[in-house]
Design a protein around this ligand. Structure first.
Ligand code: SAH
Length: 232
């Protein structure tokens, strides 16, 4: 039935602009993505799964890659950057343990997709991107989706975003070679920082700020684009 629907949609739309048939096909692909790539690999948090089902990832990838938006892979978004594999977005979001009242910071806006997922789960998202054209495109896409609780800033995320600190959660989607001190400083007590650390070999760390200091857990190996350090 699903296959038939896909064939019919393919014929009637002929690869033209996104029509209602495409939308239902993409929605089916998104459901399948959540079931086979995310739930099947152990992501359990119901709110995170619901957010992954809701956000139309295909709107955040470059137009020619729309068909690949629900594939089990990162995709290029221009300027040498990538949107992460869907599973990685889900697993990092779950590790952040987002609460509805949280204010969170994302470092590395890229396409805006991770910010859109977080926006479903917390009160407010600040996201900072070094490359102005990516930040601008993310703003446009987020507004187009009617997402109003995300603020996109252009700047260097090594320094965090002190103006709105402290944060209940900070999620870094590019890899520094060491944990930036500014991000630790901008974490609230009880706040969680998710960060991939390293150069060629990177590990994803969950750092929690307690009343006494910081607790670090290493989650698993990952591969992200580098967090660019601006020359001082
Ligand atoms: N979270 C993104 C994917 C991020 S790719 C998404 O959902 O699509 C990593 C992003 O980090 C890139 O866009 C890159 O330009 C940005 N980046 C790299 N170094 C940075 C820095 N120092 N400060 C802010 N952003 C940075």
């Amino acid at each position: 039935m699903l296959v038939l629907l896909a064939i019919v949609a393919g014929v009637s739309c002929g690869g033209g602009p996104e029509g209602p048939e495409d939308e239902s096909e993409l929605a089916a692909a998104r459901e399948l993505m959540v079931a086979t790539q995310i739930e099947a690999r152990g992501v359990r948090a119901p709110r995170v799964l619901a957010a992954m089902r809701r956000v139309p990832r295909h709107r955040f990838v470059p137009e020619p890659l729309r068909e690949a938006a629900y594939d089990d892979t990162p995709l290029p978004i221009g300027l040498g950057q990538t949107i992460s594999q869907p599973y990685i977005v889900a697993v990092m979001t779950e590790a952040l343990a987002p609460e509805p009242s949280d204010v969170v910071l994302e470092v590395g806006t890229g396409s805006g997709y991770q910010a859109a997922v977080l926006a479903q789960l917390v009160k407010r998202v600040y996201t900072i991107e070094l490359l102005a054209p990516l930040a601008e495109r993310a703003r446009v896409v987020l507004a187009g989706e009617g997402i109003t609780n995300v603020e996109v800033e252009v700047g260097d995320g090594w320094k965090g975003l002190p103006a709105h600190a402290p944060y209940d959660g900070i999620l870094v989607t590019a890899a520094p070679d060491a944990v930036p001190q500014a991000l630790l400083d901008q974490l609230a007590i009880g706040g969680r920082l998710i960060v991939p650390v390293g150069e060629d070999e990177q590990e994803l760390r969950l750092i929690t700020r307690t009343e006494h200091g910081f607790e670090t857990r290493t989650l698993f190996e990952v591969r992200f684009v580098p967090l660019v350090r601006e020359v001082e």
